[in-house]
Design a protein around this ligand. Structure first.
Ligand SMILES: NC(=O)C1=CN([C@@H]2O[C@H](COP(=O)(O)OP(=O)(O)OC[C@H]3O[C@@H](n4cnc5c(N)ncnc54)[C@H](OP(=O)(O)O)[C@@H]3O)[C@@H](O)[C@H]2O)C=CC1
Ligand SMILES: O=C(O)C(=O)[C@@H](O)[C@H](O)C(=O)CO
Length: 275
């Protein structure tokens, strides 16, 4: 069983989930179906990924009870604003073919557009109406987080951010811990970068007789973050979930954290435009 974290709204979230940014030609329903069979219970999609159809199909077809699966989706930039956010959720529900969303996030803050507070207000109302169980954000900085709490009184339960050993985000993680926000890690394996070949990762993999991917995902777990590795390969899916029976030493965690060098794609939440 995958361990869980308790969110500030009282619900729980699995300690690791499946990412669904699609590879060329991938059958997303098959990818999500094999992940559910392997034991994944947290699936991360977004309206913009165009993978909601495959996610919903797999969730509906699975023998795993719907209430045991946590489906996350996100509101893209083109739907920022109170009415637009509600429209986005309607499209996601239709795309997923589900009657509610377990965790809804604002995909990027788009501070220049300056509608993320109105978007957040719509999400608060959607939660009150029972359309959405939990609400959170993605790619928010401390300033964006402070602002939505100051203006609405409601804090997000998670902030999903770029996080991997090249970009460990120590200050933001400390802020999250202080405010009861769970950190989710996107591109936790560094998405095809040379991360998995780095010496501290390879050394820890040899020491624990696990793969480099497992070492990096265990590093996330020991930092208290929820990684969302994406894999369409059933063997790698199983391997990525199998990180709860070994532990890195503090020296190994520190050596892996010392790989820090910055964001992989230079997507700064203060300036990144996403629609
Ligand atoms: N909120 C946001 O703005 C963002 C959110 N995300 C979310 O985070 C998820 C994960 O991030 P993503 O960018 O996809 O990248 P990941 O860091 O998860 O890397 C995925 C890549 O690594 C490969 N891979 C998976 N497991 C292993 C392994 N054990 N060993 C070696 N290679 C492996 C996969 O190939 P294969 O499939 O062949 O196994 C795939 O090419 C996304 O799918 C999405 O859900 C991502 C970016 C931004
Ligand atoms: O995949 C996502 O959720 C994104 O927001 C992408 O823009 C992502 O950051 C990416 O594609 C990086 O190259």
């Amino acid at each position: 069983m995958t361990p869980t974290f308790t969110l500030s709204d009282g619900t729980s979230i699995p300690a690791l989930g499946l990412g669904t940014v699609k590879s060329e030609g991938e059958d997303m329903a098959a990818t999500v179906g094999s992940a559910l069979d392997a034991g994944y219970r947290l699936i991360d999609t977004a309206l913009r990924y165009e993978t909601e159809g495959g996610v919903g199909e797999a969730v509906r077809a699975s023998s795993v009870p719907r209430e045991d699966i946590l489906v996350t989706t996100k509101i893209p930039g083109r739907y920022h604003g109170y009415d637009e956010a509600k429209e986005s959720v309607q499209l996601s529900l239709e795309g997923l073919g589900l009657d509610h969303i377990d965790l809804l996030l604002i995909h990027w803050p788009l501070p220049k557009v300056d509608k993320y507070v109105d978007t957040w207000r719509a999400m608060i109302d959607l939660q009150k109406d029972g359309v959405v169980t939990s609400i959170g954000v993605s790619n928010f900085t401390e300033a964006h987080l402070d602002r939505i709490v100051r203006e609405t009184g409601v804090a997000p339960v998670v902030n999903q951010v770029e996080l991997h050993p090249f970009f460990p985000q120590a200050d933001l993680r400390a802020y999250h811990a202080e405010h009861g926000i769970v950190t989710e890690s996107w591109s936790p394996l560094g998405r095809g970068s040379e991360l998995l070949k780095a010496a501290p990762v390879a050394e820890a993999a040899a020491a624990h007789d696990v793969s480099p991917g497992q070492v990096v995902l265990r590093w996330h777990h020991q930092l208290g973050a929820v990684p969302l590795p994406k894999s369409s390969n059933p063997d790698r899916q199983k391997q990525n979930l199998d990180i709860f029976d070994f532990a890195l030493t503090q020296g190994e965690v520190d050596a892996i954290s010392s790989l820090e060098r910055g964001r992989i794609w230079d997507q700064d939440p203060d300036t990144h435009e996403e629609f």
